[in-house]
Design a protein around this ligand. Structure first.
Ligand SMILES: NCCCNCCCCCC(O)(O)C(F)(F)F
Ligand SMILES: [Zn+2]
Length: 343
């Protein structure tokens, strides 16, 4: 399995996030990617740089005005006399208008986001664009016939919606990969999200579509980020009704419970009979993850990979979360090795 990686992710660093009411250094830090890269190299995976893609490729899952905002926000922040990391201060809430796009940077930051956990710095766009190209390259390899590929994306993407950023995410790498596979002729694609947090952005993007099935297994939004989406009664809308499944699970969930739910999700995928699969691979389900509350152990990640491989589908793995930095690399490598030994 080829690993697609760009060191341009390093331009995204130095911010702080509002976490449980406190401004703290970002958990989503550059060293995560370094640990993953080192572990994958040690495990013998070939590492390739991303191909280039036209800017229009990003418009396959994001609005043009949102992309224009992401590209220009930091220079507008500087033009307003600001420096350092950029965070929103106000968000449109119930009873306020979302049909008017404000012109000032502080209002635009809130208009296009939904939390204060996701700072932007001068190099964020460069890092995010490179991450998206890693995802698109992995999808291209699979579209061209490879059984699987992995994109070491940083920052992550599954919380980014059609026109929103949040949860450390700006461009939805998994959605870009799924849409790319569709554009290359895969008739039906499933996105399986095994990150600890609900893939609300991916769900948003494919909510009304029946050609991309979204399935997410995650911490219960009643108590866990992203809080306001990810319940079991969300099944899509319009043509998309029935093509979205959520499996919220309580804090403390261990492997036996997780595995049982995973098998249900895999059955839904078999029933959908897709031509390809995208996996939003977060390993923040790990027992020692500092911001999450599941109890998976290192030895369970090869099993996770083997279960995913049991579907026999061409598979694009997209890196999402995982914040136990010392173990994140081993856990990611374990999933990919478990997949390869079974595929
Ligand atoms: N008070 C709750 C603060 C929550 N902070 C944001 C958590 C973001 C999780 C990001 C992730 O792990 O889902 C991703 F895969 F996108 F990286
Ligand atoms: Zn997560």
């Amino acid at each position: 399995m080829k690993v697609i990686y760009s060191d341009k992710h390093q331009a995204h660093q130095g911010g702080m996030e509002l976490h449980r009411g406190e401004l703290v250094p970002c958990y989503e830090m550059p060293s995560r990617a370094q640990f993953m890269l080192d572990a994958l190299r040690q495990a013998g995976f070939p590492i390739l740089p991303p191909r280039d893609f036209a800017p229009e490729q990003l418009e396959r899952v994001h609005s043009a005005d949102y992309l224009q905002f992401l590209r220009t926000a930091y220079s507008q922040w500087q033009a307003a006399g600001k420096s350092g990391f950029m965070l929103p201060s106000a968000f449109p809430a119930r009873g306020q208008r979302q049909d008017k796009i404000p012109t000032g940077i502080h209002a635009k930051l809130g208009y296009y986001s939904y939390d204060a956990s996701t700072p932007m710095v001068a190099g964020t766009w460069q890092a995010v664009e490179a991450g998206a190209h890693c995802a698109l390259t992995a999808a291209a390899l699979v579209a061209e016939g490879e059984q699987s590929a992995y994109a070491l994306c940083r920052p992550p993407g599954h919380h980014a919606g059609y026109a929103t950023f949040g949860g450390y995410c700006f461009l939805n790498n998994a959605a870009l990969a799924a849409q790319y596979l569709r554009d290359q002729g895969k008739r039906k694609v499933v996105v399986l999200d095994v990150d600890y947090h609900h893939g609300n952005g991916t769900q948003d993007i494919f909510w009304q579509r029946d050609d991309v099935l979204t399935i997410s297994i995650h911490g219960d939004p009643a108590t866990e980020y992203p809080f306001f989406l990810g319940y079991a009664d969300e099944h899509g809308e319009g043509a998309g009704l029935g093509y979205c499944h959520n499996f919220p699970l309580p804090a403390g969930t261990d492997w036996p419970t997780y595995q049982q739910v995973l098998l249900k999700a895999l059955q839904l995928i078999k029933d959908f009979n897709p031509d390809a699969m995208v996996v939003s691979l977060g390993v923040d389900t790990f027992e020692d993850d500092p911001i999450s509350a599941f109890k998976l152990k290192a030895g369970h990640y090869p099993l996770l990979g083997a279960h995913i491989a049991s579907l026999g589908l061409p598979t694009v793995f997209i890196q999402e979360g995982g914040y136990a930095v010392a173990e994140v690399g081993q856990n990611v490598a374990a999933v990919l090795q478990g997949f390869e030994q079974t595929a």
